[in-house]
Design a protein around this ligand. Sequence first.
Ligand SMILES: NC(=O)c1ccc[n+]([C@@H]2O[C@H](COP(=O)([O-])OP(=O)(O)OC[C@H]3O[C@@H](n4cnc5c(N)ncnc54)[C@H](O)[C@@H]3O)[C@@H](O)[C@H]2O)c1
Length: 265
Amino acid sequence: MSPMSFESVKELFSLKGKKAIVTGAGGGIGSAIAFGFAEFGVDVALVDINAESIEVLREKLEKAFPVKVLAVPADVCDIKQVESAVSKVIDVFGRIDILVNCHGIGQWCPAEEMSEEDWDKMIAVNLKGVFLMCQAVGRHMIKQRYGKIINIASMSGSIVNRPQPQAHYNASKAGVIMLTKSLAAEWAKYNINVNSISPGYTLTPLVENLLKNNPKYAEYWKSLIPLGRFARPIDIVGAVLFLASDAASYITGHDLVVDGGYTIW
Ligand SMILES: NC(=O)c1ccc[n+]([C@@H]2O[C@H](COP(=O)([O-])OP(=O)(O)OC[C@H]3O[C@@H](n4cnc5c(N)ncnc54)[C@H](O)[C@@H]3O)[C@@H](O)[C@H]2O)c1
């Protein structure tokens, strides 16, 4: 084979006809990702604990794009609900090519005041929920010898945000980054790529709710971002579509930071 011979580059970026699951699809970033997939011709299953939010999104996407859209309410911390959601998607779509874990919760609390319950809930949703979804979908991807898994971590998995105290959130996201690398190593032999994306501050209900009681933080945070603005959910979508495509076939175990430059200072 000549060193110049390659497949069509454009084809490598195509996602048409793929089947995806997006968790947290009722939220700010998850709904933007689901929209991006639908626009690129991907059949998409929306998973969220908030059933109403994904039903509304399902209707919108099906009206706007010629793809199949499923709304599958589930709590990702509950193994039974996860397994039944995944088997429902396989029943309808026949396969799952792409999994994006985009569910999550946030909370600020000084470590010395944190209750055991707050700690357990954060780790259950943000870390165990990602593992359970990867495991249930991974078993299926192993059989088909193909899969792209993208876990939405956070820049908080690599740096400590200021000034808000959120040890449990930061630890959960560091866990997602290391879980991603571990699964990438285990499942590379099955042709499954596992990567994470670490957004910086993104304007979504999660951040807006946290800012409600601390509006002055917004200007301070902005001053720490080289690009001088918060991310919009759509700023995260391009990175997801790239990692979900075969253009990213040789990338695995990577954490793609999408933070407007926050972590370079
Ligand atoms: N917004 C940011 O600044 C930011 C920055 C870095 C990382 N992230 C991460 O991006 C992801 C999406 O965040 P967002 O900003 O869109 O938040 P969001 O609050 O808008 O959306 C999160 C979604 O997750 C769902 N969810 C929560 N618990 C669940 C559970 N147990 N089972 C199923 N679904 C559940 C919620 O119902 C919600 O729809 C999260 O993992 C978050 O940690 C966000």
